[in-house]
Design a protein around this ligand. Structure first.
Ligand code: ATP
Length: 454
């Protein structure tokens, strides 16, 4: 079973490369760990995922607005958030082969609840109690150094004109901070009243010690975050709803329900009131975190009020009551989301004795919506008519032109990238202005009048 799962992940990574979804970063220089580039179809799928997510909040809900904050922020932001002091991976090194392990993850594998946000001393105690059960994944030895916290923030010299970089700036360790920084701006410039949400899609960078599992753990990624501001202690009901809404969104967008589950954190950071992960059943390694749903109390706005000296409390326009709002957060890495959708849509099927690979993505997410084929590329009248149809359709949706090889091969190519419909222009088209429309999932074909296509 594990073998089959690994094969599926390998097949997905290979398809992603071969068909221009995802390329290894800096590949011509030998690749760079934890970096990936999105190719022509990958960027389409990614943009469609972002658009669907954005639509869900900013378009469909009256009490959410979107922002896009600058990546660089005053370095004190990361002191306030706790990232400069505590945003770290607990690491230990194998004394035999120098492989570094994430201690929290290794403990979790043997059923010991641990969290990267626990103190170094606490993690050392748990690690020492369980050393006899943890082997080096590379050489199998059981001789590890003590646990050390390794800070994940990526430093830069932005704005440092002296060259000594005494006061570094940081790339964002998480995207959500931009929302907290703009909470007051949004309240002052829009008609949003608590409870309301602010959403953002933004880049994040982490010096992950062992980037792995394709897009699952990378050093540069994008996060889609929602932060919902509520009155103090009015968190429970809203939290349950937000958690369920996020789960349901994945199902609505086409992920199979049996491949999703909710998992509650055993260990909470000191300020959190509750934390759950929505987990996806990834092909090579099973259920793991896709998205975090966190009940963060008043920590974020309190911290930024303290560190910036700006009062971020909210004044209720009706009652005059003043308070620091509590925050309910959802945060998902778009790379993980991309991987989950691609894995879930990926299928190998037998059709008329032939195997085909097909991405059964919801049409809204498919990189190309319609492919247009002239039956023969050496018949100018067919080509001209097909161009007419293609030019008409591409005004509204992303289309692709393909006149290469036999029609069966062209269908296979489109199946692999998830194109829901293929339109073929043949000799009958020249007589009656109808075309053949072939459906990706059923492979059924039917004649449709050109005027009805759009
Ligand atoms: P993990 O325990 O897997 O390291 P986390 O709990 O640190 O994740 P958060 O800080 O809550 O993650 O970030 C929110 C979301 O951002 C995660 O649910 C995940 O989808 C995504 N994410 C976090 N780290 C990475 C990474 N290195 N690569 C890709 N996506 C990531």
């Amino acid at each position: 079973m594990a073998g089959q799962k690994n094969e599926k992940m390998e097949a997905i990574i290979s398809l992603a490369k071969r068909r221009g979804f995802v390329y290894p970063g800096s590949e011509i220089y030998g690749g760079m760990a934890g970096m990936y580039d999105f190719g022509p179809y990958g960027v389409e799928l990614m943009n469609n995922l972002k658009a669907a997510w954005w639509k869900e909040y900013v378009q469909k809900r009256d009490n959410y607005v979107g922002i896009d904050s600058a990546m660089f922020k005053d370095p004190r932001v990361w002191d306030a958030s706790g990232h400069t002091s505590g945003f770290s991976d607990p690491l230990s090194e194998c004394r035999v082969c120098n492989t570094r392990i994430r201690v929290d993850k290794e403990l979790e594998k043997i059923g010991v609840a641990a969290d990267e946000k626990m103190s170094e001393a606490e993690l050392n105690r748990l690690f020492d109690e369980n050393r006899s059960k943890i082997k080096c994944p590379k050489c199998g030895a059981m001789d590890f150094t003590p646990v050390r916290a390794f800070n994940l923030l990526v430093k830069t010299n932005m704005g440092d004109l002296t060259g000594d970089n005494a006061e570094p700036t940081y790339l964002p360790g998480e995207a959500c901070q931009g929302i907290y920084l703009n909470f007051k701006n949004v309240v002052d410039t829009t008609r949003m009243k608590i409870p309301f949400g602010i959403v953002q899609i933004g880049k994040a960078f982490r010096n992950e010690i062992s980037p792995r599992n394709f897009l699952f753990r990378t050093r540069e990624f994008e996060q889609a975050d929602t932060q919902y501001f509520v009155r103090p202690h009015e968190n429970k009901e809203a939290y349950e709803k937000i958690k369920q809404d996020r789960f349901d969104w994945y199902v609505k967008m086409g992920i199979k329900k049996e491949n999703l589950r909710l998992h509650q954190h055993d260990n909470l950071v000191f300020y959190a009131s509750d934390a759950w992960d929505i987990e996806y059943n990834y092909p090579s390694y099973g259920f793991d975190e896709l998205e975090g749903v966190h009940d963060r109390t008043d920590y974020d706005l309190t911290q930024h009020s303290k560190f910036s000296g700006t009062d971020l409390s909210y004044k209720d326009p009706y009652t005059g009551e003043k308070y620091i709002p509590w925050i309910l957060e959802t945060s998902v890495g778009l790379g993980r989301m991309f991987l989950a959708f691609m894995s879930d849509a990926y299928q190998e099927e037998e059709i008329n004795g032939e195997t085909r690979t097909v991405l059964k993505l919801k049409p809204e997410l498919a990189p190309v919506k319609i492919a247009v084929f002239p039956l023969l590329k050496n018949k100018p009248e067919l080509v001209a008519k097909a161009r007419e149809v293609y030019d008409m359709l591409k005004e509204n949706v992303r289309c692709e032109w393909d006149d290469n090889g036999n029609i069966g091969k062209r269908y296979r190519r489109q199946d692999e990238i998830g194109t829901p419909q293929c339109v073929t222009i043949d000799f009958q088209t020249l007589e009656d202005n109808t075309v053949t429309v072939r459906d990706r999932d059923t492979t059924q074909q039917k004649r449709v009048a050109i005027k009805d296509l759009s």
